[in-house]
Design a protein around this ligand. Structure first.
Ligand code: ADP
Ligand code: MG
Length: 238
C-alpha cells in the first residue's frame, strides 16, 4: 500500500495538450474514483500512473519515490483494463501466474500466490478452465486475479465494468468494493459512470477537458458542487 501524489501534471500529444496541470493527492489505502466525460483525459492520467505514457511536466510519486522516469515493470502497480483480454491458450491459473513468471518468480511462489488470489475471488474451482469456458463475470474476476497475485501497492482500474451487462455491473461493483475492504490497497478507479463513482468512492475527482473541476467525498460533491459542470454531471442519470 502507498500514497500517490499527482502534482501539476501536464500531458501533450504533439501540440495538443490534453491535461492542463492536474494535482490529485491520494492517501494510503484510499479508493479514489476519477470520473468525467469521454475524452477528458482519464485514461491518459491512469496510463501515466502505470508508466505506459510519459509525463510532459509535473511529478507523480508513489510512496516517497518520484516515478516519472521509472519503467512500468519497476513500478509496484497493477492495472485492470476494460478490454481485459485474457490469454485464450492459457488456463485461469496460468493467466493469473503469467505476470509473476515474467518477473522470474519461482513456481512454488507462483502457485502460492495464485491459490491465495483464487481464494479471495472464489475462483478455486475454475483454475484449470480456459477463458472461453467462463462467463463474463468470471473473466472479469480472473482479470482482477491477475492484478491481485502481484500484491501491488496500487491498483489501477480503467472502466473495468463497461463491457458487462447492467446486472453484472452492479454485482461486480460490490465485489470490487469488498476486495478493497479486504486488501486495503490504494486504488485509482476510472469511470464515466457517475453512479459507479458515487457508490464506490472514498473520494471522487471530477475531471473535464483536462482539468480537475472538484474533488471530495460523494456527499460533499452531491451537497456542495462548486460549479455548474459538477452539479450537472453528478446530478444527471448515467
Ligand atoms: P478518457 O479516458 O477520459 O476518455 P483519454 O485520456 O483517452 O480520455 O483521451 C484524452 C484526449 O487525448 C482525447 O482527446 C484523445 O483523443 C487524446 N489522446 C489520447 N491518447 C492519445 C495519443 N496516443 N495520441 C494523440 N492523442 C491522444
Ligand atoms: Mg478512457
Amino acid at each position: 500500500m502507498s500514497s500517490v501524489q499527482i502534482r501539476d501534471v501536464r500531458k501533450s500529444f504533439g501540440n495538443f495538450e490534453v491535461l492542463h496541470g492536474v494535482s490529485i493527492p491520494i492517501e494510503d489505502g484510499q479508493f479514489v474514483v476519477l470520473v468525467g466525460p469521454s475524452g477528458c483525459g482519464k485514461s491518459t492520467l491512469l496510463r501515466m500512473l502505470a508508466g505506459l505514457e510519459n509525463i510532459t511536466s509535473g511529478t507523480i510519486s508513489i510512496g516517497d519515490r518520484v516515478v516519472n522516469n521509472v519503467q512500468p515493470k519497476e513500478r509496484d502497480i497493477a492495472m485492470v483494463f476494460q478490454n481485459y483480454a485474457l490469454y485464450p491458450h492459457m488456463t485461469v491459473a496460468e493467466n493469473m501466474g503469467f505476470s509473476l513468471k515474467l518477473r522470474n518468480a519461482g513456481s512454488d511462489e507462483i502457485n502460492k500466490r495464485v491459490k491465495r488470489a483464487a481464494e479471495i475471488l472464489a475462483l478455486g474451482p475454475l483454475l484449470e478452465r480456459y477463458p472461453r469456458q467462463l462467463s463474463g463475470g468470471q473473466r472479469q474476476r480472473v482479470a482482477m486475479g491477475r492484478a491481485i497475485v502481484r500484491d501491488p501497492q496500487v491498483f489501477l482500474f480503467d472502466e473495468p465494468l463497461s463491457n458487462l451487462d447492467a446486472k453484472l455491473r452492479v454485482a461486480m461493483r460490490t465485489e470490487i468494493k469488498e476486495l478493497h475492504q479486504r486488501l486495503k490497497t490504494t486504488t485509482v478507479y476510472v469511470t464515466h459512470d457517475q453512479i459507479e463513482a458515487m457508490t464506490m468512492a472514498d473520494k471522487i475527482v471530477v475531471m473535464h477537458d483536462g482539468i480537475v473541476e472538484q474533488m471530495g467525498t460523494p456527499l460533499e460533491l452531491y451537497d456542495k458542487p462548486e460549479n455548474q459542470f459538477v452539479a450537472g454531471f453528478i446530478g444527471s442519470p448515467a
